[in-house]
Ligand binder design. Structure first.
Ligand code: G3P
Ligand code: CA
Length: 280
């Protein structure tokens, strides 16, 4: 029963979006009413591959994720690259190459960054994986999935210029916890799809803020979502993606309360599980 209610509410939300803007999340078609809960690969297939690398994005495509999430930052010389952390230590060979100490993404040039190994920390078999530029990641992912770009740093103007130059705005959604950034980006790119990242209570003020910037989705901490919260978003024509969800018991609950997408480190397992339970 819960699942049926979830499917009905998802269909309503997608229908609203279709009526409002002819919006289709995948550049290739509008068959999402039949897709059910979308699988969104978090930092690529980051359970199996080094996060935010081209290997991880290929893994997400192999897992047939509907969307692939990544984190974008700006380097010292103004290039948008793909990395979660502010500093390079956790996921690259920076300390070997540049010496001990903290190395910040915004203090390194893109040419020096390209020399770093971003795969070995996960497993020696991934040695040689580099830090992708946003352009490289978008070019790879849009061949088979929609890109969910999370802005970690960089100005609205920087993103607008880069996304325009890539010429693939139809295959991209930009999300951020910084809603002032999103509102500014909306002015730069009126047709770009935006998603507001958030957590906590789903208040009318937050819904109105997302509606004012014409956000298509709310990407919300799954622990703060219940059926009422999802319904409030849907009633405003905003679809709901839950982050970051790696356990079947949570996938089950989210499917029942009617979320439209699940952001997960394990896209292949999640997809198979959702299919086996009739959630997609
Ligand atoms: O997509 C949601 C999620 O990526 C936000 O958290 O820290 O993994 O970037 P974080
Ligand atoms: Ca992220």
């Amino acid at each position: 029963m819960g699942n049926q209610r979830g499917v009905a509410s998802r269909r309503m939300a997608w229908s609203i979006l279709g009526l409002m803007g002819g919006w289709c999340i995948l550049g290739g078609g509008c068959g999402l009413l039949d897709r059910g809960v979308l699988v969104i690969a978090h930092r690529g297939d980051s359970g199996r591959y080094p996060e935010n690398t081209l290997a991880s994005f290929r893994g997400g495509l192999d897992a047939r994720a509907d969307m692939i999430e990544l984190d974008a930052r700006v380097t010292k010389d103004g290039v948008l690259i793909v990395m979660h952390d502010e500093t390079l230590g956790r996921t690259t060979s920076a300390s070997d190459v540049l010496g001990a100490g903290e190395h910040r993404v915004d203090q390194i040039d893109s040419v020096a960054l390209a020399e770093l190994d971003a795969g070995s920390w996960k497993d020696s078999s991934f040695a040689g994986e580099g830090v992708p530029t946003l352009g490289e990641a978008v070019a790879l992912i849009t061949a088979g999935a929609t890109v969910l770009v999370e802005r970690k740093s960089g100005s609205p103007q920087r993103y607008a210029d880069s996304l325009r130059a890539m010429g693939r705005i139809g295959g991209i959604v930009v999300q951020s916890f910084d809603w002032a950034f999103l509102a500014a980006l909306r002015i730069e790119l009126p047709r770009l799809r935006l998603a507001g990242l958030g957590d906590g209570e789903v208040t009318l003020g937050r819904i109105n803020a997302l509606s004012a910037m014409r956000a298509v989705a709310a990407a919300w901490n799954h622990e703060d979502l219940d059926e009422r919260a999802v319904r409030r978003f849907h009633d405003a024509g905003i679809i709901v993606w839950a982050y970051t969800v790696n356990r079947p018991r949570d996938w089950d609950r989210l499917c029942r309360i009617g979320v439209d997408g699940i952001i997960t480190d394990h896209p292949a397992t999640c997809r198979a599980w959702l299919e086996s339970r009739g959630c997609r």
